[in-house]
Design a protein around this ligand. Sequence first.
Ligand SMILES: [Zn+2]
Length: 77
Amino acid sequence: MNARQRNKNRRNARALEERARRKFLSQYRCENCNEFGGHWVSTRGISLAAMITGQDDQEGFWTCPKLYDENGRRIGT
Ligand SMILES: [Zn+2]
């Protein structure tokens, strides 16, 4: 395989990956605002200890559109 072909394959793989991610996000309903899209941004995953006890102690924040005004400021909680 020559370099041009390899680069083309790489671009193609990236495009497919991006499309798969968008498809996943568009089908995923946010559990906070119930609209489509992945609104949860995780800054720390669930700890191993919490996973064992079945808890969810991950940390992060919601990016739901309804939580922010048109200036990007957060409304309420
Ligand atoms: Zn949301």
